[in-house]
Design a protein around this ligand. Structure first.
Ligand code: F6R
Length: 591
């Protein structure tokens, strides 16, 4: 949600170009507008540009410079306009600020600044920061002015500041991610909301902690505690991501690449995290009560976990993290809060984890991105390690997390080894199944679906969370209204929606509820509905079948992949960008 990027001592003295390329790698965090500000090698003021829309093939005409900041925006306060795009400048034009987050008290700060004569031009909360620094600078050093101004902001925020009179970038973090990239070889330094932004230059990084600030000049990187202003000795770390992982590598879109990568990423979950899984399983065996939480796909994954655990005779709860707070007081020191998140930075998810922690819960993070806030607040982290997920829509992280929850549920009953073999085998089966024929069938199906206004989906047991996830994929990428229901809910009201030619996907497996879901399909068909089965078997109730491999309880993995691919092809057929669906951002760092 908003991408921050900065470079200090750009080796080609072309900071604007480096920033533009970095922003392209961060665009998944927000893509309604973007902007860059640099301190030119020659000239008497900061130079900047701002544009509405995606960066695409944009070029920059900003002058030569070795220092600058850039931002890609996901609007919160104020519409999508050039004026509201970042960077925002103070009255003198000598301070430029970019920001990720929401300043909860910005109205009050704005009022005070206006009283003092500041002229604010945009509708954003961000602009107050530049003016607040300008005001504070009247009595304090640059470093203190930035740190103290930041300390006055309420909410989750990260900022990066360029000050014309100084050869440095200052950045602060509380709640929103910031990571420093250290390219010692070329003596150039970076700052980003995420590692892919500068991975091309370095994988030597320092993840800023909440309440820390950093001053980056061409001679040093100094980290400070924002409250005490004391300097902190920090230790950079190496991240294992490779440059190819943040490139499309021949695929037309990241989404298709990441869907395809599941042939490996699902299987990989069976070869990593043994010890962590056993450690968490032992906690459950000792009597800790599992509570799953996450948002969006991660919530559906949580629901999947609840079904897996039920099969292992473990009582658990699953809450959407954005509705968890009323239930937080039910947690206690016996609660094992299993928090699912690709990014580890989702605001509602973090709030829920922190709240449960306050009541004494132990936190287990099942995450993909490394160095995240969630990872830092967790007692145990199970990294699903499927590499950077760049497409906004979650695919490979979701299935790796679901597979990991399956392993965990089996580990509780002492069947981890067996489950690992199963998952490894599934990976082989997926390799065969995800072939040209399947893709052809789904391309052709997507062509038949492009004019649908409403699509319904039903599932039962494990296939219920799978249907929810399938529907979310269709909604996000094709903007078709797709609604999933537990098959048994149909007769309690939903069936009123079914009329002639209403399209209904039926997700099924060879399991104990097979006959029941087919009865529900028959009820829809009897009312004129058109049924597309997604299952390892055919049935008279299906007008069409997308055949998935029979993977036992894990058939849902293949059923969900069908939804991911259909969503992808629908977006392509409709001329939408599958990697960057409208209105969405990859990492939702605001509540
Ligand atoms: C759906 C999707 C979102 C995320 C949700 C949580 O395709 O990507 O629903 O799953 O925003 O994000 P993380 O997993 O980063 O906490």
């Amino acid at each position: 949600m908003c991408g921050i990027f900065a470079v200090v001592n750009d080796k080609n003295k072309n900071a604007a170009q480096t920033i533009l390329e970095g922003l392209k790698k961060l665009e998944y965090r927000g893509y309604d507008s973007w902007g860059i500000a640099v301190k030119p090698l020659q000239g008497k003021s900061i130079k900047y540009e701002k544009h509405v829309g995606k960066i695409g093939e944009a070029k920059t005409t900003l002058p030569k410079s070795s220092l600058g900041i850039g931002h890609t925006r996901w609007a919160t306060h104020g519409g999508v306009t050039n004026l509201n795009a970042h960077p925002h400048l103070d009255c003198t034009g000598r301070i430029a600020v970019i920001h990720n987050g929401i300043i909860e008290n910005y109205q009050q700060i704005k009022k005070n600044l206006i009283k003092k004569g500041h002229r604010l031009l945009s509708e954003t909360d961000t602009e107050v920061i530049a003016h607040l620094i300008e005001e504070t600078l009247k009595s304090q050093s640059v470093e203190k002015a930035v740190f103290n101004s930041f300390n006055k902001l309420l909410g989750s925020n990260a900022i990066s500041v360029l000050i014309f009179d100084k050869e440095l970038i200052i950045a602060c973090r509380k709640g929103s991610p910031l990571v420093v990239g250290i390219d010692d070889k070329n003596n150039q330094y970076f700052l980003g909301s995420d590692v892919p932004a500068f991975l091309k230059f370095t994988n030597n990084v320092y993840f800023l902690e909440d309440g820390e600030g950093v001053i980056i000049s061409k001679n040093s990187i100094r980290v400070f505690y924002l409250r005490s202003k004391k300097e902190k000795k920090f230790k950079p770390q190496t991240v294992s991501w490779k440059v190819e992982e943040v490139e499309k590598s021949g695929y037309p879109h990241f989404l298709l690449k990441e869907i395809s990568e599941q042939k490996e990423t699902i299987g990989k979950t069976a070869t990593i995290n043994d010890k962590k899984i056993i450690q968490v399983a032992n906690l459950i065996k000792k009597g800790y009560q599992p509570v799953f939480t996450g948002c969006g796909s991660a919530y559906y994954c949580s629901l999947g976990g609840k079904y897996f655990f039920a099969k292992s005779k473990v009582q658990s709860q699953a809450y959407s993290a954005n509705e968890f707070i009323p239930f937080a007081r039910l947690t206690n020191k016996n609660t094992l809060m299993i928090v699912i998140s690709q990014s580890g930075e989702t605001a509602d998810t973090l709030i829920s984890a922190k709240e449960a922690k306050k009541y004494g819960a132990k936190i287990v993070a099942v995450v993909n991105a490394r160095g995240s806030t969630l990872e830092r607040l967790a007692d145990v982290t199970i990294p699903v390690s499927c590499g950077p997920e760049i497409a906004v829509v979650s695919t490979k992280a979701f299935t790796a997390q679901l597979a990991t929850l399956y392993l965990l549920s089996e580990a509780v009953t002492g069947n981890l080894k067996k489950a690992q073999e199963e998952i490894k085998n599934i990976s082989l089966v997926l390799k065969n199944w995800l072939n040209e024929n399947l893709l052809k069938q789904l391309i052709s199906l997507s062509k038949n679906l492009i004019n649908e206004d409403n699509i319904y989906l039903i599932g039962k047991n494990f296939n219920y969370p799978a249907a929810l996830e399938f529907a979310l994929k269709l909604k996000e990428t094709s903007y078709i209204h797709a609604e999933a229901f537990a098959a048994g809910e149909l007769k309690h009201g939903v069936i009123a929606l079914i009329k002639k030619n209403t399209l209904c996907f039926v997700l099924a497996a060879n399991d104990e509820v097979k006959e029941e879901i087919l009865s529900s399909a028959a009820e829809v068909k009897a009312r004129g509905g058109k049924i597309i089965g997604v299952a390892p078997f055919d049935s008279n109730e299906f007008d069409q079948l997308v055949k998935t491999p029979d993977l036992g309880d894990l058939t849902i993995l293949a059923n969900i992949i069908v939804g991911q691919l259909l969503g992808y092809y629908l977006a392509v057929q409709k001329g939408y960008d599958p990697d960057k669906p409208r209105n969405l951002a990859k990492s939702v760092t605001v509540k």
